[in-house]
Design a protein around this ligand. Structure first.
Ligand code: NAD
Length: 478
């Protein structure tokens, strides 16, 4: 028996959870439950995190959490429980299988069976945002080597264990050479350890277009948080319906399983929601805790139900469906078919010895770090870069001189184009003209000089070479 935590959530959550639990019981899943309340009621009781501390205890004790969708009330102040659960419990990998069920569920892509593995903890989702000037706000994109290594190794281990042939990496390293560049570099390093698995890389924009057009060309795809958020929804949708896909969030100790859709409040309480996505979440959970036989039994019965044309309203199509059923009746139809196999769609047979080899991250010895310069970010209302450039010449210290100024990344000084629009946020780079290192004292002196001249420095960013390699971007056009 495995004790897990469940929550029935909001909207259609209770209906689809009840249908799922009945199937788990009938299939003989060896599970015991601790039920907790999360979501709308908890938020509206004044708890802005949407979860009580006793509930955290249960989640942390049981380590496995099956969660129905919740409603995040609109209006400020409420924190997304999904994001905080993923981050608090270190659920770094979001795994989302997207498979079409042709010809039983209408799709433009009859041959589609991909798994999207999305990094879940970092990227722009760190939520580190600041307004810096009247006109400019920023969101920091943080990508770490451990974050990349963990998710990319997970993708290759997943492929190896589940008989997948290829792992594809999506990134935008042609533009973001440091952040996406690191992701791609780590992908290449880890791919080399798995010669038996094919690998390739696509720039994310054309990669996403190809997923939408020829998903049959892909197998496992690994990507950063934001790209994964968007593309996994596209992938689920083009299989036929987001109402069919489950997902899991996996960490070193904990795991959370869910449907990918939300709480669908407009159809709540009517017994019309499709419980399939949460059933898929539960199947992923059973595999994760080693109850593969039950997982296969439920998946095969579910496929047979879909093949038999027993469909909820969201996928009902009079040309292929035979019966339009409600949430509860769909669950019963799956239960009636436990032990049966699909006739046309591939029968599911889980690999017997799944063993993901995911070593703990080992911090490597520090690299040699040299301070080569500094970017001072300046809030200035003028429009002519030569004007601010002239003012900044007055704060130089000996050979540490103004090297260039960019505005929203594009070089505008020296020798900018008058056509370039400038906002009130200027990145002003100072370096030693001889190429030698500078010191932190030099930076403090530059800041003191700027302050004395009335220049409004809003932040600084140190420019480093790590092991002799330039580790900051040049100005665009530089
Ligand atoms: P949604 O996924 O709830 O609904 C989108 C559309 O899909 C609606 O038309 C809905 O009726 C339909 N739909 C969704 N699930 C269905 C199912 N199982 N069967 C049949 N039709 C289904 O997205 P939304 O409307 O943007 O969000 C509603 C609420 O859900 C919001 O409060 C949002 O914050 C929350 N949400 C929660 C989660 C989660 O808990 N994991 C995820 C996304 C959204």
């Amino acid at each position: 028996m495995k004790r897990i935590t469940i929550s029935k959530g909001d909207g259609i959550g209770p209906e689809i959870m009840d249908a799922t639990l009945e199937i788990l019981k009938a299939a003989g899943a060896q599970l015991e439950y601790d039920e907790i309340e999360v979501g709308e009621k908890v938020y509206l009781s004044g708890n802005t995190s949407g979860i009580a501390s006793e509930s955290w205890e249960k989640i942390r004790n049981n380590k496995i959490f099956l969660k129905a969708p919740i409603t995040t009330p609109s209006g400020g102040g409420y924190k997304s429980l999904n994001v905080s659960t993923r981050k608090t419990l270190g659920l770094y990998a979001n795994v989302r299988p997207c498979m079409s069920l042709h010809p039983f569920v209408k799709t433009k892509h009859p041959v589609m069976d991909i798994v999207i593995i999305r990094e879940n903890e970092e990227d722009l989702y760190a939520g580190i945002e600041h307004q810096q000037t009247d006109e400019v706000v920023q969101c920091l994109k943080l990508i770490s080597r451990p974050g990349c290594e963990k998710i990319i190794r997970y993708a290759f281990e997943y492929a190896k264990n589940y008989g997948r042939k290829k792992v594809t990496c999506f990134s935008k390293d042609n533009i973001m050479k440091q952040t996406d560049g690191l992701f791609h570099e780590v992908f290449n390093e880890i791919a080399a350890e798995y010669p038996e698995i094919e690998n390739d890389h696509w720039i994310v924009d054309i990669g996403a277009a190809k997923v939408a057009d020829t998903p049959e060309d892909f197998d496992v795809i690994v990507m950063q948080n934001l790209y994964g958020d968007i593309i996994s929804d596209i992938a689920a949708q083009i299989t036929g319906s987001v109402g069919l896909a489950g997902s899991c969030n996996i960490g070193e100790e904990h795991a959370m399983f869910e449907a990918i859709h939300g709480s669908a409040p407009t159809i709540a309480g009517q017994n019309i929601a499709n419980p399939s996505a949460l059933i898929q979440g539960a199947i992923l959970m059973l595999s994760h805790i080693g109850q593969n036989e039950v997982a296969d039994k439920i998946q095969n019965a579910w496929l047979k139900t879909i093949e038999d044309g027993v469909h909820t309203v969201d996928i009902y199509d009079e040309n292929v469906s035979t019966q339009k059923v409600g949430t509860k009746e769909f669950g019963q139809a799956v239960i009636e078919r436990l032990g049966q196999l699909p006739n046309k769609m591939p029968v599911r047979k889980s690999p017997t010895n799944i063993n993901l080899n995911l070593p703990k991250y080992n911090r490597k010895p520090r690299l040699n770090k040299e301070l080569k310069g500094v970017d001072l970010f300046v809030h200035w209302d003028g429009f002519d870069p030569n004007d601010i450039g002239g003012q900044l010449r007055n704060i130089e210290i000996g050979d540490i001189k103004l090297d260039m100024i960019t505005n929203r990344g594009i070089k505008v000084f020296p020798d900018g184009f008058k056509e370039t629009f400038c906002t009130d946020h200027w990145r002003c780079r100072f370096k030693n003209v001889n190429g030698t290192n500078i010191t932190k004292e030099d930076i403090i002196q530059l800041l003191n000089n700027a302050e004395a001249k009335g220049i409004d420095v809003i932040k600084t960013e140190n420019l480093y070479h790590f092991d002799g390699k330039r580790s900051f971007s040049l100005g665009q056009g530089q």
